[in-house]
Write a protein that binds this ligand. Structure first.
Ligand code: ISE
Length: 339
């Protein structure tokens, strides 16, 4: 039986999720959409049921599982409502606006006793990053020592800088670094350009790796996400953001997209396919759990405090509940965290 999915929020990201469900996902169909702007919802829904109240969509008998792409401030409350209804949910990042609210989500899921939440950290499904992780695990470059990340947007509104760059954009690198390295982040410091853009964040991990990340929301030339992993015997890095390069008039070039959707289009579709498979089987996939979502938001919050003081933040997140399994890294216990 096909899973009936409801999408909450039909802005740029929600419309793309709705399109993926309509055109590229097997085993599921777009059953309903919800947006405060009914016309926008109708367009994204392309004939599916339209709601303007998100709780009505979550409670509807026509909906088996929910995708949340509403504004960040609504994420935590809507995920809690899905858990209460026992409905699986794929929530766009961040899981919640504050660490306290994200922890409430973890606690609600633990109380329910089953994994219902996945957080949309889609880079875990992006072919270059999947290959980097596989090569790292195969020992292709030896022990990792440094991960360099670059995260640039061409232009962003004036309010999208400083703290917001950390809680909305840099959260990707927090999740990516934990997932790619299998490490936990132990400390962080932030250097800031004028008015909070660009930012340079340096983290140290519990496996003695250094993670450097540039977040630049107004780089001017295009959307550019890049990582290079440096090991004791070599490096692996993501290649150019397009599948082709052009040689014209004595110049070699490749194009940068305006935003993240063209760059991560395949990753979003693969993520949706994996999530639907999990909804059908009840088995989690490699996506980010509620615990990963909580850790990411909590670390971002602690790093925002470090941005204000300029000091090094010593990061702590508490113990991982048994519902989320053991972590792969053997050093966990050495740092007092539950595996
Ligand atoms: C944006 O908010 C996102 O969600 C994207 O995933 C991220 O890459 C981008 O930098 C953010 O501005």
């Amino acid at each position: 039986m096909s899973v009936a999915i409801g999408v909450i929020g039909t802005g740029v990201m929600g419309s793309e999720h709705a399109r993926i469900l309509r055109e590229e996902t097997s085993g599921a169909h777009l059953a309903a959409v919800c947006d405060a702007d009914e016309g926008r919802a109708r367009t994204a829904g392309a004939g599916s049921k339209v709601f303007t109240d998100p709780l009505a969509l979550i409670n509807s008998n026509d909906v088996d599982a929910v995708v949340i792409a509403a504004p960040d401030a609504m994420h935590g409350g809507l995920v809690l409502a899905c858990i209460e209804q026992g409905k699986p949910v794929l929530c766009e990042k961040p899981l919640a606006l504050t660490a306290a609210e994200a922890l409430q989500v973890v606690e609600a899921e633990v109380a329910k006793g089953r994994r219902l939440v996945q957080v949309g950290y889609m880079r875990r499904f992006d072919a270059p990053y999947v290959e980097m992780k596989r090569l790292r695990e195969d020992g292709a470059i030896g022990k990792p020592v440094i991960l360099h990340n670059v995260h640039r947007n061409p232009v962003a509104p004036a309010w999208f800088r400083g703290p917001m760059s950390l809680t909305n954009a840099f959260v990707h690198e927090i999740d990516l670094s934990r997932w790619l390295l299998g490490s936990e982040m132990m400390s962080a410091r932030v250097d800031s350009g004028p008015v909070g853009d660009p930012l340079m964040i340096t983290m140290q991990t519990d496996q003695d790796e250094i993670v450097s990340t540039e977040v630049f929301m107004n780089c001017g030339y295009g959307y550019h996400v890049h990582s290079q992993l440096v090991g004791r015997h070599g490096t692996i890095e993501t290649a150019l953001p397009t599948a082709t390069v052009r040689d014209v008039s004595g110049q070699r070039s490749s194009a940068y997209p305006d935003n993240w959707i063209p760059r991560f289009r395949n990753a979003y579709a693969i993520q949706m396919g994996a999530w639907v498979k999990s909804v059908r089987s009840g088995e989690p996939n490699n996506g980010a759990s509620a615990w990963d979502g909580y850790v990411t938001t909590s670390l971002a919050e602690q790093i925002v405090a470090a941005l204000d003081t300029g000091a090094t933040a010593h990061l702590a997140v508490g113990s991982r509940p048994a519902l989320y399994g053991r972590r792969e890294c053997p050093q966990t216990q050495a740092h007092g965290m539950q595996p």
